[in-house]
Write a protein that binds this ligand. Structure first.
Ligand code: G3P
Ligand code: CA
Length: 238
């Protein structure tokens, strides 16, 4: 059965990477939620997509130049829609504490220790602290390599844009279990190559029902979507 993952929660319908967005995805029946992690000036992993605050919050500048307390004073909802005014940027700790027993997590490291010293260890410690089901994913090979050095069994996924065969060796080196593919560039042969190599393959970010059905028929193991209720609702009938 294909797993359906809520991209930044339910990004279609609530401010991305916030607790209300994650709750909406969980209510829609996702198998897990995907979220993005950066780190504050005082070393706290926080959940936000961009390196900077400007697009999604009332703040500006780099996340890494602000303390956790400074981020608490920002609004991460109002730019999506005025009705979400008052929604905050959550720390990873807050998300895992509140929702850790309700779903599983696909945690994307936007940068590793070269930008955020020690982030791999901090994220692993939070996963252990709340004993959550989590897969750690990244475009950044070095960040995943560091996670693997710290933990030889945690589930890892290498995110890529391109053909699956280009990334098999890298995934093997990481002892990753997953390839995380940009969906427009993969076809049935990519899915088969991944499976023959002992890897599972996920597709992101799929918001069209027909494409979700096609990918599922191709045999992808996971579909990540901004609109979980749409995709879950329609896959039921296929
Ligand atoms: O899961 C991979 C996907 O989330 C990567 O793209 O930009 O949405 O973080 P992005
Ligand atoms: Ca992401």
């Amino acid at each position: 059965m294909v797993l359906i993952i809520g991209h930044r929660g339910a990004r279609c319908c609530a401010p991305e990477n916030t607790i209300p967005s994650f709750k909406m995805a969980i209510e829609a029946g996702v198998d897990g939620i995907e979220l993005d992690v950066h780190m504050t000036k005082d070393g706290e992993p926080v959940v936000i997509h961009d390196d900077t605050l400007d697009r999604t919050t009332t703040g500006s500048g780099y996340v890494k130049d602000h303390t956790t307390n400074e981020l608490r004073n920002l609004d991460a909802g109002v730019k999506f829609d005025a009705k979400w005014r008052g929604v905050r940027i959550p720390t990873l700790d807050e998300v895992l504490k509140e929702l850790g027993n309700k779903t599983s997590f696909v945690i994307e490291l936007k940068h590793g220790s070269d930008v955020y010293p020690g982030i791999e260890e901090k994220v692993l410690n939070l996963v252990r602290k709340y004993n959550v089901r989590a897969k750690i994913v990244s475009f950044d090979f070095d960040a995943l390599e560091r996670v693997r050095q710290l933990d030889d069994s945690v589930e890892l996924g290498l995110i890529f844009v391109g053909k699956a065969r280009w990334f098999i060796d890298a995934a093997r080196k990481l002892k990753a279990q997953w390839l995380q593919a940009e969906y427009t560039l993969i076809n049935e042969s990519d899915v088969n190559i991944a499976h023959e190599s002992g890897l599972k393959i996920g597709a992101w970010t799929v918001n069209d029902v027909n494409i979700a059905v096609k990918l599922t028929r191709m045999g992808v193991d996971e579909v990540t979507t901004d609109n979980p209720s749409l995709i879950i609702g329609s896959l039921k009938y296929h």
